[in-house]
Design a protein around this ligand. Structure first.
Ligand SMILES: Cc1cc2nc3c(=O)[nH]c(=O)nc-3n(C[C@H](O)[C@H](O)[C@H](O)COP(=O)(O)OP(=O)(O)OC[C@H]3O[C@@H](n4cnc5c(N)ncnc54)[C@H](O)[C@@H]3O)c2cc1C
Length: 322
């Protein structure tokens, strides 16, 4: 569908937040342009694991936004051609916690019996959730956007101010961690993540622990490959973005202790990415900056894929209300 009327918008950013927002607006008939310093394949979003789940973010709007995304994922083809597959697996905790309410409402939910729980875990539950193969999914979103008549325009470099945008329309700020410099928001900090992608030795279930900081343990199958994670630690810029071999060894050992077939799997890719953490929560609100209306949509921490469609919907209603 090519938009013909209504308000205009310029989405800044081509990660999962920017692309999803642009798709939502374009399909609602709004004239949209997308500009970004980096193309979708070179964003933080392309590095995510990724699983659907409201983790690593405290914000009362999260349940509503993640539910909206879950509904959108359920409408995609089930064969993984868009990068999204519904997979059954276990989430577990080393502590005697109650499963979160959002988990108990999911398809196939049931508590694990003790024989199903890996060593060092006290509680676990089965459920079926979307796993998202991000490089494929971002390609799908880009294609859907193109079908709506919108292409991503790559800039020569990051914008230093909103005043540099010479296109008409409300600005939608989906710059992830880049918003720290662009808006001067020092509540935004980087949490470092590291993943290992291996050939899939036949794993058809996922596992993840409920840790949100330090060492994390998860494996997420995406057809012919499995993403293993991970860590979440404050990022020290002095360390750069090279994968740490000791961290990788720990990730593989922790995952192989739960799924032994992963022990010798061939490593095909290594990923290091920075989650956009924001202490007071996600920033999704309008702001008038030097006479220009900006709607911010950034700071999704380790949950940006999970929240993407809910946040896009919220941007649409804010835009319509302006
Ligand atoms: C290792 C790892 C694992 C993760 N796992 C999950 C998971 O399982 N589930 C989940 O839901 N989330 C997960 N996340 C979190 C998720 O990846 C992020 O929340 C999400 O990618 C943020 O997307 P975004 O579009 O806001 O930002 P980004 O993907 O960073 O995109 C930002 C865009 O803005 C552009 N930009 C930035 N600054 C400027 C500027 N000044 N001018 C112009 N353009 C600019 C960039 O070039 C880019 O195009 C994970 C993250 C990591 C690192």
């Amino acid at each position: 569908m090519v938009a013909t009327s209504g308000p205009e918008a310029v989405v800044i950013g081509a990660g999962v937040s920017g692309l999803t927002t642009a798709v939502r607006l374009a399909e609602a008939g709004i004239r949209v342009q997308v500009i970004a310093a980096r193309p979708p394949s070179r964003t933080t979003s392309a590095l995510a694991g990724a699983s659907w789940g409201p983790y690593m973010v405290v914000d009362q709007r999260v349940p509503r936004w993640s539910d909206t995304t879950l509904g959108e994922f359920a409408r995609l083809p089930a064969d993984g051609s868009c990068g999204v597959r519904f997979v059954r697996g276990i989430e577990a905790s080393p502590d005697a916690v109650d499963p979160p309410d959002w988990a108990t409402a999911l398809r196939d939910y049931r508590l694990c019996d003790s024989s199903e729980l890996p060593e060092r875990f006290q509680v676990g539950w089965w459920h079926t959730i979307p796993l998202i193969d991000m490089p494929v999914y971002l390609g799908y979103l880009t294609g859907r956007l193109e079908r709506a008549g919108v292409a991503v325009r790559q800039l020569a470099g990051p914008l230093r101010s909103f005043g540099e945008v010479d296109l008409p329309g409300v600005l939608i700020n989906c710059t992830g961690l880049g918003a720290r410099e662009l808006t001067g928001d020092h509540q935004l900090t980087a949490s470092r993540g590291q993943l290992v992608v291996v050939d899939n030795p036949g794993v058809d279930w996922f596992f993840q622990d409920d840790a949100e900081a330090g060492d994390l343990t998860y494996f997420l199958p995406h057809g012919d490959h499995v993403v293993l994670g991970g860590i979440s630690v404050p990022h020290d810029p002095a360390h750069g973005l090279e994968p740490d071999p000791d961290v990788e060894k720990g990730i593989i050992e922790r995952c192989a202790a739960i799924e032994p077939r992963l022990a010798g799997a061939r490593v095909r890719e290594r990923r290091v990415g920075l989650r956009p953490n924001r202490a007071p929560g996600i920033r999704l609100e309008p702001e008038l900056i030097e006479g220009r209306m900006v709607i911010h949509n950034y700071g999704h921490s380790g949950c940006g894929v999970t929240l993407s469609w809910g946040c896009a919907e919220e941007v649409l209603s804010l835009l319509r209300g302006l």
